[in-house]
Design a protein around this ligand. Sequence first.
Ligand SMILES: C[S@@+](CC[C@H](N)C(=O)[O-])C[C@H]1O[C@@H](n2cnc3c(N)ncnc32)[C@H](O)[C@@H]1O
Length: 293
Amino acid sequence: MSSAHGETFRGRVRSRLKGIYYSRTCRALAYAPADAYDRLRGRRGPLTPPRRLQYVGRAADFEAVGADWRERLVRDHGLRPDSDVLDIGCGVGRAAVALIPELRTGSYEGFDVVPQFIRWCRRAITSRHPRFRFRVADVGNRQYNRGGDSPAARFAFPYADEAFDLALAASVFTHMEPDGIRRYLAETRRVLRPGGALVCTFFLVDEEVERMLPLGRSAFPLDHELTDAEGTRYRAADRRVPEYCAGIYERPLRADVAAIGLEVEAVERGWWSGREVGPGAPYQDLLRLRRPA
Ligand SMILES: C[S@@+](CC[C@H](N)C(=O)[O-])C[C@H]1O[C@@H](n2cnc3c(N)ncnc32)[C@H](O)[C@@H]1O
């Protein structure tokens, strides 16, 4: 059954359930017993966040996903012990914690729109490893920071020009609209040194994915065709809160990347869409974009 906005009953229920899953109050209540148990039994290390703050994946994924990022960044994307790294949408420090042994003389800056995440990162990580620093960015996001002050499309990263060698946006542009992504790419180019790179993930929609989406093999449906405030089309699983899961059309994204002055240097197709990929492929589509030297 569809509503006047073309939204099915199932879609509305799914949207409400997601709202509950992401509500900080509901999570604090639901996870209080497990978090208290972990604390009492000493089951959680000082650098592992409580379950109520772990929005992505299962609690057990925190270390494993962080380690996977460390390995990819070192093996494939040129992270060195002396790199200056920016982590865009750093969450609860999943990549940061994994990079502590790796970044021996370099530095790490992370920012995120959720103040609770940043508070936790500062308390747990910066207090022990002062070269790892975190900031809140009060940017609006209907999933993560509904009342945020600034739209992503106008946000200026709080860092100097050419301050970083490597930037990471892991599972962040999958929660943003295209106008915000465009702005973030331009800001990333500004803060990267010439020759520096951004490693970022997307749910990229190309012709093959467009053909496959109706077959229902993707990890989630991207049923809704939406338009951002600047008129760019994109797809989303939920039309009320597109930031739950946003798919970006690849062709206009590549045009934006070129216009901004970044080069697409590597593309690894992820398995989220249900397409055939090789062993070791990431879940989301991964791009490495380089600021020319
Ligand atoms: C799926 S989580 C990934 C977190 C982290 N990168 C990781 O891999 O563990 C998405 C993160 O993006 C953050 N985020 C969403 N919109 C953002 C924005 N406009 N600027 C910065 N962070 C944002 C969210 O608050 C959330 O922490």
